[in-house]
Write a protein that binds this ligand. Structure first.
Ligand SMILES: [Zn+2]
Ligand SMILES: [Zn+2]
Length: 497
C-alpha cells in the first residue's frame, strides 16, 4: 500500500500498489487474522463453564456489581433512544454517575406474553418501564431475557418490540463491558438461544436496512480496527512534521500529508459513528472519536457553495425543492447538496471541512473537563442538589469524549486511549465470535476482511482486489454467490478485470 496525495480527480487516500505478490500477501494476512481470532476465542471460552444450568424467570442474571458497571452506558443509550424517531423510549432520570441501583424491586407490571391477544390488537408490547432508573431492576431478571420478538407490519416494529429491542441493546452493553458470563448463562436456555440467533442480522422489517442486529457491533469494530492499524503503518501521515518542513504546532492541526484527509479514514469515521438507531453499537466509537450522536447519518447534506471550490460535489447540488428540503413554497429556489453516504466522495475535502460539513461538532466534555467544572461549582459553595442539575443541563453529567487531543486519534498524546480503543475493538471481535459459536451461527471473517479492504483501500478503476465466484441461474436471470465451503469464495488476487 502507499499514500496517494489528493489532487483532482483522485481523492487523497491509501492505495494498493498492485505488486505481483500482493494477492498472496492479502490472502496470508486474512488467514492469519482469522486464525488469531479463532485462537483467542477458544482461549476466551475456556474462561467460563462449559455448560450452565438454564435460568428460571425469577433468577437475577445481572448481579449488583455488573449492574453498577454497565448502568452509565445504559443511561447514555437509553436517553439517546428517548429522542430517536420510532422507538421513543421513556427517558431515564436518575443521575448518570449515581452508583445507586434501581430500588424498585416489586410491584412493576411485567411484559405481556407473546401469545397475549391484547398485544396483537394494540400493536404494542404492553411493556411499562414503570420507574425512571436507567436500568430497571426487572431488566436484570431472566424473565427480561426471555422476551421474544414479534414480526410486525411495516413501520410498527418499535410499537410491538420496544421492550425486546431494549433488551437486545442491553445484551450488546453486557458484551461491551466484558460481562460475557451473563450472556453465556442466558444462552443455556434454548428459547433465549434461539431468540438471540434471530437477532444476528435484523432490521425493523425486511424492507428496511438490516441495522439493528448484533452483527453491526462486530462489523463496525472490524472496520475501525483494520483502518486504524493500516494507518499506523504510515508514520509520515501522523508524526509531527520534521524540522524545516511547514509546521503547525496547534495540537490536532492538520499536517501537510495527513491520514485524516484520506478517503479511508473519512469513510470509516462516518460509518462507525453513524446514526443507525442502535446506540449501544455506535456509542464506544462516538466517544472515542468525539463525534456526537446523530452527527453522521446515511446521507450528507451540505451548502451548495462547497462545489465552487470542490467541483467533485457539483453533481450532488440540487434545488432544495427537488430534494424535498424546501421549507416553504413561493420563495426563491435555494440550492444545497445532498448525497447518500455510500456515494459520498470521501478524501476530497480537508478533514476539518468534512467533519463539520453539515453541522459544526460541538465541544464534548472529557472526564477531566467534567471533574474541573464540578470542582468550580463546588468552590462556589453550591449544594450537590444544584450541582447535579446544572451539570445535567449543560450535558456535563457523563464524559462524551475520550481523546485528550480531540479529532486526532493518532496524536502522540492520544496513544494511550488509541491502544485501549484498539484493544476494545479486538475484544469485541472475540466476544461476538464466541457468541456466534455459542448460537451455532457462522461469521465469514475472511470475506469481511476482503470486503473491508476492498472498500477502504483505494485501487485504480477496473482493478479488483479479488474475484467473487458466482453461478448464474439462467431461468431466473439471478446470480448466486458461492458460499459453499468446498469452493474458495474469496480468492485474493491483484489484476485488472
Ligand atoms: Zn427503578
Ligand atoms: Zn416493511
Amino acid at each position: 500500500m502507499r499514500y496517494q496525495a489528493g489532487n483532482m480527480p483522485r481523492p487523497c487516500d491509501i492505495v494498493f500498489c498492485f505488486k505481483p505478490n500482493q494477492g498472496k500477501h492479502i490472502d496470508g494476512f486474512a488467514e492469519s487474522f482469522v486464525q488469531a481470532l479463532e485462537d483467542q476465542t477458544t482461549a476466551e471460552r475456556a474462561k467460563y463453564p462449559a455448560t450452565y444450568q438454564p435460568p428460571k424467570p425469577e433468577d437475577i442474571l445481572i448481579n449488583d456489581a455488573a449492574a453498577q458497571r454497565i448502568s452509565q452506558t445504559v443511561y447514555k443509550w437509553r436517553n439517546s433512544l428517548s429522542t430517536a424517531e420510532g422507538i421513543q423510549l421513556p427517558q431515564a432520570t436518575t443521575w448518570a454517575r449515581s452508583k445507586h441501583l434501581c430500588p424498585h424491586t416489586s410491584n412493576i407490571s411485567e411484559c405481556r406474553s407473546a401469545d397475549d391477544p391484547a398485544r396483537e390488537e394494540e400493536q404494542d408490547d404492553g411493556y411499562i418501564f414503570g420507574c425512571p432508573c436507567a436500568l430497571p431492576f426487572k431488566e436484570r431478571k431472566a424473565s427480561a431475557f426471555m422476551r421474544r420478538r414479534i414480526y410486525p407490519d411495516c413501520y410498527t416494529f418499535y410499537e410491538a418490540n420496544r421492550a425486546c429491542f431494549f433488551h437486545m441493546e442491553l445484551v450488546k452493553t453486557l458484551l461491551l463491558h466484558g460481562e460475557t458470563d451473563t450472556v453465556l448463562r442466558a444462552c443455556s436456555d434454548p428459547a433465549i438461544k434461539d431468540e438471540y440467533a434471530r437477532w444476528h442480522s435484523k432490521g425493523e422489517c425486511n424492507c428496511m436496512p438490516q441495522t439493528l442486529g448484533w452483527d453491526m457491533v462486530y462489523k463496525f469494530a472490524l472496520e475501525a480496527y483494520l483502518v486504524l492499524n493500516i494507518i499506523k503503518v504510515f508514520p509520515a501521515l501522523w508524526e509531527p512534521a520534521p524540522r524545516g518542513k511547514k509546521r503547525n504546532n496547534t495540537p490536532g492541526a492538520l499536517r501537510e500529508a495527513d491520514y485524516r484527509n484520506t478517503a479511508m479514514y473519512q469513510y470509516m469515521l462516518g460509518l462507525v459513528t453513524m446514526d443507525i438507531t442502535t446506540p449501544a453499537t455506535v456509542l464506544p466509537h462516538q466517544e472515542f472519536f468525539g463525534v456526537p450522536d446523530r452527527h453522521f447519518s446515511d446521507c450528507f447534506r451540505f451548502p451548495a457553495d462547497i462545489a465552487v471550490k470542490y467541483p467533485v460535489f457539483r453533481k450532488f447540488v440540487k434545488d432544495d425543492k427537488a430534494t424535498g428540503w424546501a421549507a416553504g413554497t413561493g420563495t426563491e429556489a435555494k440550492k444545497s447538496g445532498y448525497v447518500a453516504a455510500y456515494k459520498f466522495p470521501y478524501g476530497h475535502l480537508p478533514f476539518n471541512r468534512f467533519l463539520n460539513l453539515e453541522e459544526t461538532v460541538p465541544h464534548l466534555p472529557s472526564s477531566q473537563d467534567i471533574a474541573q467544572v464540578t470542582l468550580i461549582l463546588y468552590a462556589k459553595r453550591l449544594p450537590t442538589e444544584l450541582v447535579i442539575p446544572i451539570l445535567k443541563l449543560a450535558d456535563y453529567d457523563t464524559p462524551r469524549r475520550r481523546l485528550p487531543i480531540p479529532h486526532d486519534p493518532l496524536h502522540a498524546q492520544n496513544r494511550n486511549e488509541l491502544n485501549k480503543y484498539l484493544e476494545l475493538c479486538w475484544n469485541l471481535l472475540v466476544r461476538y465470535n464466541l457468541l456466534a459459536q455459542e448460537l451455532g451461527e457462522e461469521i465469514d471473517w475472511k470475506g469481511m476482511i476482503f470486503n473491508a479492504l476492498r472498500r477502504h483501500v483505494g485501487r485504480p478503476p477496473r482493478w479488483e482486489l479479488y474475484k467473487i465466484r458466482y453461478r448464474r441461474n439462467p431461468e431466473r436471470n439471478e446470480y448466486h454467490f458461492l458460499n459453499d465451503k468446498r469452493q474458495t469464495t474469496h480468492v485474493a488476487y491483484a489484476s485488472s478485470c
